[in-house]
Design a protein around this ligand. Structure first.
Ligand code: SF4
Ligand code: SF4
Length: 397
């Protein structure tokens, strides 16, 4: 049965603009492009689901085609649904299973992070992962932190947040919880400087890696958990991950078809929240940074229309010389670039961005997305910072 709300493919006017903007179609002939794999093929697939072809797996779900489409065709959504709703996978895929179980892997590895970080970087481990798990030999992994951010918050930070009358709830996501505590601490410093105390709520992985790897039922379970806990809050909710924000705001409703109305009007990607506060005059005291930095806009933030808020906030930081890169997809697309079969395409997609960064010759690169950070740090000599970290660096103590 065709659902009327799912026939956006019928609005396609065959202009092919989406294919021009698709980074995968530019990088490889193995993917025919969004027009052909999306609206064109969907007409056939709804008649015969067996017409799903294997080239769909090359789509990174970056959504750049949807940004470009003048007819608002939900191209990436059509492709994702075709990939996972028609093709049922019945065999166990260890690599994809563990890569998408960020909470399971993160909660174990953060207990033994020193050993994990050492072992993962051994050549013999790399060779094993390359041959048996099909993970590229040269792909770098972000180091795991000691313990989780959640425990750090409960032990040391929560009591410092009590005096604040105004509150925000913070969806910290897996990257802060298991890899980068300091970004979470930067967020708390910035919020406190703006007069907000920070609460954290119970959360599970937002589900982005689960969706990307086809574990749709598990993604729905996580979404149900997050929706229940976020809906119980009464304060504004912020997230420092552009991809988590995209999932919580859009993928839950549009792709997983779940009701997220209990919190959606209160949740913002962090720079939108800060931009609104700055516009109301709530700007913390900042000292000049004296830094030249290049800004890369992540795909999912572009899809949400959030780049203008990040730029608006960055422009308020004194002494920050900003080079705005005319950048496209970095190529990593979550777990996509961590797979042997996608590695070359992932690197080819990112190569234009790496050159742009080198030409800009900044002291730092700024971006909002954790996996863009991993890709840029692996392929250039530059340290990548989150916009919130830049504000934290500029704060006057
Ligand atoms: S989501 Fe990205 S990779 Fe997939 S078809 Fe659209 S532009 Fe291409
Ligand atoms: S950009 Fe939109 S309207 Fe144009 S070919 Fe692609 S899907 Fe069709």
């Amino acid at each position: 049965m065709i659902k009327l709300e799912n026939i956006s493919f019928d609005h396609c006017i065959k202009c092919t603009v989406c294919t021009m903007y698709c980074p995968v179609a530019q990088a490889t002939h193995l993917f025919p492009g969004p027009k052909q794999s999306g609206p064109d093929a969907e007409r056939l697939r709804i008649k015969n689901p067996e017409l799903v072809d294997s080239s769909l797996k090359y789509c990174t779900n970056c959504k750049r085609c949807e940004i470009a489409c003048p007819s608002n065709v939900k191209i990436a959504e059509i492709i994702q649904k075709a990939k996972w709703n028609y093709v049922k996978i019945h065999w166990f895929r260890p690599r994809d299973f563990f890569m998408s179980r960020t909470d399971l892997v993160g909660s174990i590895t953060t207990i033994v992070s020193t050993i994990t970080n050492f072992v993962v970087n051994l050549k013999i481990t790399r060779a094993f992962m390359h041959i048996f798990l099909k993970i590229p030999f040269t792909r770098q992994f972000p180091p795991y932190a000691k313990g989780t951010f959640k425990k750090l918050y409960e032990k040391k930070i929560s009591k410092t947040q009590r005096p604040f009358e105004k509150r925000v709830a913070f969806f910290h996501g897996c990257y802060i919880n298991y890899n980068n505590h300091s970004l979470g601490q930067d967020l708390i410093r910035v919020m406190n400087a703006m007069g907000y105390g920070v609460d954290i709520v119970k959360e599970k992985c937002c589900g982005v890696p689960l969706i990307a790897n086809g574990y749709i039922e598990k993604a729905k379970k996580n979404a149900k958990f997050n929706i229940a806990h976020l809906s119980k809050t009464e304060t504004p909710i912020v997230s420092t991950s552009s991809s988590c924000s995209y999932a919580l705001l859009h993928e839950y409703k549009e792709f997983l078809e779940m009701d997220n109305s209990g919190y959606i009007s209160r949740l913002d990607y962090i720079t939108k929240f800060i931009y609104d506060e700055f516009s109301r005059g709530n700007i913390p005291k900042m000292k000049p940074l004296g830094i030249r930095a290049a800004y890369h806009s992540p795909c999912h933030l572009e899809r949400m229309g959030g780049v203008m808020y990040t730029l608006g906030v960055l422009k308020k930081i004194p002494g920050l010389e900003l080079v705005i890169l005319n950048s496209e997809c970095c190529g990593i697309a979550g777990t996509y670039g961590f797979k042997n079969e996608n590695y070359e395409i992932s690197q080819a997609i990112g190569s234009a961005l790496f050159k742009l960064i080198d030409n800009a010759n900044p002291e730092f690169v700024i971006t909002d997305c954790e996996t863009c950070t991993m890709q840029i740090e692996m392929n250039t000599k530059y340290k990548v910072l989150h916009p919130v970290t830049l504000i934290a660096m500029a704060l006057k103590e």
